[in-house]
Design a protein around this ligand. Structure first.
Ligand code: SF4
Length: 304
């Protein structure tokens, strides 16, 4: 495939970049070969549903029934989203697992809603689409939230719902976060059907780890039963110099992404829905054996 053909085939969305960074071979399967993953993980649907509920809360449903809101959001991802035809890999029993997800969602969302810093924040944009031109290429995607805090600071937040807290050292180097900050400064946002140029430099950018609102069910060192797991905020900053330097990083990534060469990154295999495509191209590992190993990792919760 030539560069022009690759560009014709893919959209430069944040998900394209994220998949490329995760595994170039996964990027090929998903965006160039247009293949669906073999399955979806319940944890991924849970995260998407939580994102949707958070945007609804800040759009006038702050006092709504959380169980009802979450059920509506989860049902959308299960039965009405563009990916609803891809099976979900439930571990044991769909009904029981959905109940566990609902209870977890209510715990997280209630604690989110109880925080003064969330109640008092003025959410300027939630789940807002962006587009931005970098080096002649248009990048697009969705920003989780931009808020004005009580102290007047403007903050960009990317919600994370993974069980494991993101690595603190990864935040300053996270390309997606920088892409969002870049778009807010140099790009456009789709607000009420109109593309607007916010021209905003963030005071801080970071992850909001939703699982930090889970509570301890057992006593652990330094924490009591009922305590929340910690602070959800993991922050960094992006100066105008950082944003300019980002163009060089994007140039390097693009020069690799737009070449017809795709290699595996096995660090991502445990949560990859394309494992069976990979197995099919690898004659060394017997297909049944590799598939069983993947199942086992899923049972051990070593997958997302
Ligand atoms: S199974 Fe591993 S190497 Fe293959 S596409 Fe998925 S992440 Fe990449």
């Amino acid at each position: 495939m030539k560069k022009a053909e690759i560009l014709d085939q893919i959209e430069l969305r944040q998900s394209t970049l994220k998949t490329w960074l995760s595994c170039p071979l996964m990027y090929k399967y998903r965006f160039l070969d247009d293949l669906d993953p073999a399955f979806r993980y319940p944890g991924t649907l849970h995260g998407s549903a939580l994102h949707l509920v958070l945007s609804w809360l800040h759009e006038g449903e702050w006092r709504a029934n959380l169980r009802a809101l979450y059920t509506k959001a989860l049902n959308y991802y299960l039965y009405a989203s563009p990916e609803e035809h891809i099976p979900v890999r439930w571990k044991i029993d769909m009904g029981k697992e959905i109940e566990v997800l609902k209870n977890n969602a209510i715990e997280i969302l209630e604690n989110y809603r109880n925080k003064t810093y969330n109640k008092d924040a003025i959410v300027l944009f939630a789940e807002v689409q962006f587009k931005v031109n970098i080096l002649g290429y248009e990048f697009s995607g969705t920003i989780d939230q931009v808020r004005k805090n009580r102290d007047g600071s403007i903050e960009l937040l990317d919600f994370k719902s993974s069980k494991m807290r993101p690595n603190h050292y990864a935040i300053p180097n996270d390309l997606q976060l920088t892409l969002y900050a870049y778009a807010l400064k140099f790009g456009e946002l789709l607000v009420d059907g109109i593309w607007v140029k916010p021209n905003m430099l963030m005071d801080s950018v970071g992850f909001y780890h939703l699982r930090a609102h889970e509570i301890y069910k057992r006593k652990v060192t330094g924490k009591e039963i009922g305590d929340e797991k910690g602070s959800p905020f993991m922050r960094t900053s992006k100066s105008i110099q950082d944003l300019r330097a980002f163009r060089s990083e994007i140039r390097s990534q693009l020069s690799a992404m737009l070449k017809d060469w795709y290699y595996p990154n096995t660090a991502s295999c445990t949560f990859c829905g394309y494992a069976e495509h990979c197995i099919a191209r690898n004659g060394i590992v017997p297909e049944k054996q590799a598939s069983q190993a993947h199942e086992l990792l899923a049972e051990l919760e070593m997958v997302q």
